[in-house]
Design a binder for this molecule. Structure first.
Ligand code: ZN
Length: 448
């Protein structure tokens, strides 16, 4: 197998529109780690191995106690090496591991990591953290035009996101934001979102107004809505009538008694569908987490396997909605190809996938292109909290895209010219159109 030079060059010079990140705001990185915040526990070299790589280290045997030490601010960067050393050889070949290595090479000029350079690496890392460095890394180094951030910053802490549903970024035209429907439907944070909106929330009609307020206030600036309730439940959002949902909401808002699992599901189902209708009216694509779980030791694979099957009735009920199904529903990616081929309103996002399983992602892209419309796929989202590791992920994605297209040419399925013509839509053109990027940029520039 070889990558065709023409394809490699085209992929190298084409910018990505990055459709999914969890980047914390740059100003948080500049301020340094706050106490007890999992998003940003330390600012030494261990921070590069946080988040996903942490999951692989854990799966390879690093205990909770060792993790606490490794990601602690109280431990000297050099003393962290012996904690890390036994596990790194076990995971350095994974997508998570490789992404970090690529970033270390490109950003800090260190070929590999070892006891000899962890202090130097920490110094180089800290030096790079200065105002404007997000733009420098994302645009100049990664070749990313803009990102779409699903903020995980604490929604009630004013120093962080400060909103239940939307992050008002310091760099709104670089870091586009998703409008989260979690607080308004599936997690249902009634007092918090009611307080944010300044509206009463005793009845279901009240709550509709709170949801409407969220969409009116943030919808024009958002690129999409996002919901990750697949981490906690099935995606079988049923059509629960208002007469059933209204008394459930009233009881829930009172907070006196529990609705039980059935009652809570019915209320979530009703509100989730209400949110989908609002999103559709505002032409916001509906992004849904599907497939693999971040973390370790809790994923119920049977439920994950039901994700796409559960969505079928919903796809029929909302023909005008653009559903963006994320993470190739790994490891059920064949089903996703079938869904995108069959349903007009299904879009496919390869975000996170290149580092979960790089080889499966190459296979997926090849098979997808020979089965489903090339206009309905987005090929990159770093899915990171740390900006530095986006680079490594983007390199794995570029290599994988070039490899998939080259293989299709070499195997005689595509002409070289046809493969080259796919690069732009796959890397940025599709996202630009579906997320209406130009229109959003104009709104954001006017607001800012
Ligand atoms: Zn994510």
């Amino acid at each position: 197998m070889s990558i065709l030079p023409s394809v490699r060059e085209k992929v190298e010079v084409t910018p990505f529109i990055d459709t999914h990140e969890h980047l914390i705001e740059e100003k948080q990185r500049l301020a340094g780690p706050p106490p007890n915040e999992w998003l940003f526990p330390c600012d030494d070299w261990a921070y590069l191995f946080m988040h996903y790589t942490r999951n692989d280290l854990n799966a390879a045997g690093m205990s909770l106690k060792e993790q606490e030490r490794f990601y602690s601010m109280a431990v000297d960067p050099e003393d962290k090496w012996p904690v890390f050393a036994p596990y790194w050889p076990r995971i350095q070949h994974t997508g998570y591991g490789q992404a970090v290595t690529y970033s270390i090479r490109r950003l800090y000029g260190e070929e590999s990591i070892g006891p000899h350079n962890v202090a130097r690496l920490t110094e180089k890392m800290r030096k790079r953290v200065r105002k404007g460095y997000y733009r420098e890394i994302l645009q100049d180094v990664c070749g990313i035009e803009s990102c779409q951030v699903n903020s995980l910053e604490p929604p009630t802490d004013k120093r962080w996101r400060g909103s239940q549903v939307f992050c008002v970024s310091e760099y709104p035209t670089l870091l586009h934001q998703d409008l989260s429907t979690v607080a308004m439907s599936t997690e249902l944070n009634v007092p918090q979102l009611a307080a944010e909106s300044g509206l009463p929330a005793r009845s279901l009609d009240d709550w509709y107004r709170v949801i409407d307020w969220s969409f009116e206030r943030y919808g024009p600036r958002a690129v999409a809505t996002k919901n990750q309730s697949a981490y906690a439940r099935r995606l079988d959002y049923e059509n629960v009538p208002k007469e059933v949902a209204a008394p459930l909401f009233a009881r829930y808002a009172e907070g006196k008694d529990s609705l039980g699992e059935g009652g809570m599901k019915a209320l979530q189902d009703h509100l989730w569908r209400y949110g989908v209708r609002r999103a559709t009216e505002m032409k916001l694509p509906v992004k849904l987490h599907t497939g693999y779980y971040a973390g370790t030791n809790y994923m119920p694979l049977a439920r994950v396997g039901q994700n796409l099957n559960d969505l079928c009735p919903i796809l029929l009920d909302f023909p005008e909605t653009r559903f963006v199904l994320m993470h190739i529903t790994y490891p059920y990616q064949d089903q996703l190809i079938a869904l995108a081929k069959h349903y007009t309103n299904v879009y496919v996002d390869m975000c996170w996938a290149w580092i979960i399983n790089p080889a499966a992602s190459v296979r997926f892209l090849k098979e997808y292109l020979m089965a489903a419309p090339s206009s309905k796929i987005f090929t990159f989202g770093g899915d990171y909290i740390t900006v530095e590791t986006v680079y490594g992920h983007s390199q794995i994605a570029r290599r994988g895209i070039a490899q998939a297209l080259s293989e299709l040419v070499e195997e005689g399925w595509l002409a070289e010219k046809e493969a080259l013509a796919l690069v732009e839509p796959l890397m940025c053109g599709n996202a630009r159109e579906v997320f209406r990027i130009e229109e959003k940029q104009q709104i954001l520039e006017a607001v800012h």
